[in-house]
Design a protein around this ligand. Structure first.
Ligand code: SF4
Length: 259
């Protein structure tokens, strides 16, 4: 029986789907992820998160400049992101906030997104929440310069609104790359969005915190975002518990918090 034009079109579509799926499973190209994640919730939920689980430290970077070793790779990535327009936040940001701190740090803090102060200065956690984060870091006997601080989103959502799923999906390859280059001994996820993104979870931070997880074999401790602590200071006690957990893993001596 001769096949109809409609059948042939269906076969082509199926073959194309298989081809794209194979491509993703072979090299996990973030460019393809971005395109598919933006166009189809199915691809976002099934394949984007799958790529996170398959990510292995030491695999080649997707950007040529970022294949440079050590700090040079991180600097190249930071430079590339300055002109990024992968999501709508490119149109409203003042400055891209890549992250800052010691590239050799044992401990990396990952927050949600830049606020107004960060957007203006191009640095993470520089406002009131940033001052509180500095005190939290000092509570485990470290100086702010001894850790690395970054966010899930590198550009500010207008009015400090919550990040949209498509913005997180667009920006996530940068974070994956950044964490791969930093390869710390421990990650502290600050707030629901950071914890949910890194742990591929929908649970709120109140439920996620209090336990130790792993992200690509790196221990991960979730805790409340410092900005949330400004409104709910009663949770500082729980953050102190989480910091003691971090200090225990890293062999640090916690000092009495000044928060
Ligand atoms: S938030 Fe991330 S993906 Fe969106 S424009 Fe900024 S750097 Fe690019």
């Amino acid at each position: 029986m001769r096949s109809q034009p409609g059948d042939q079109a269906l076969q082509v579509v199926r073959a194309l789907k298989r081809y794209v799926k194979n491509l993703i499973e072979q090299d996990g190209s973030p460019v393809i992820f971005n395109t598919l994640a933006a166009s189809s919730p199915r691809f976002k939920s099934e394949y984007f998160h799958k790529s996170l689980k398959r990510y292995v430290p030491g695999q080649p970077a997707y950007d040529e400049g970022c294949k440079l070793p050590g700090h040079s790779g991180l600097e190249a990535l930071a430079k590339n992101i300055q002109v990024c327009s992968q999501c709508g936040l490119a149109g409203t940001r003042k400055k891209v906030v890549f992250g800052e701190g010691d590239p050799e740090a044992s401990l990396v803090f990952v927050g949600e997104a830049p606020g107004a102060d960060e957007d203006r200065e191009g640095k993470p956690f520089v406002g009131a929440a940033g001052k509180l984060l500095t005190r939290i870091i000092e509570s485990i006997g470290l100086k702010r310069e001894q850790v690395y601080i970054c966010n899930i989103l590198k550009c500010r959502p207008p009015g400090n609104r919550n990040p949209k799923p498509e913005e997180i999906a667009a920006c996530q390859p940068y974070l994956i790359q950044q964490l791969k280059m930093l390869h710390p001994r421990l990650i502290c996820a600050l707030g629901s969005f950071a914890a949910q993104t890194l742990l591929d979870s929908n649970e709120p931070i109140g439920r996620l915190r209090g336990k130790i997880y792993t992200y690509q074999d790196i221990p991960l401790v979730p805790t409340f975002h410092p900005a949330a602590l400004l409104y709910h200071p009663q949770n500082k006690r729980l953050v102190w518990e989480d910091m003691k957990r971090i200090a225990g893993i890293l062999g640090l001596k916690p000092v009495s918090p000044k928060t």
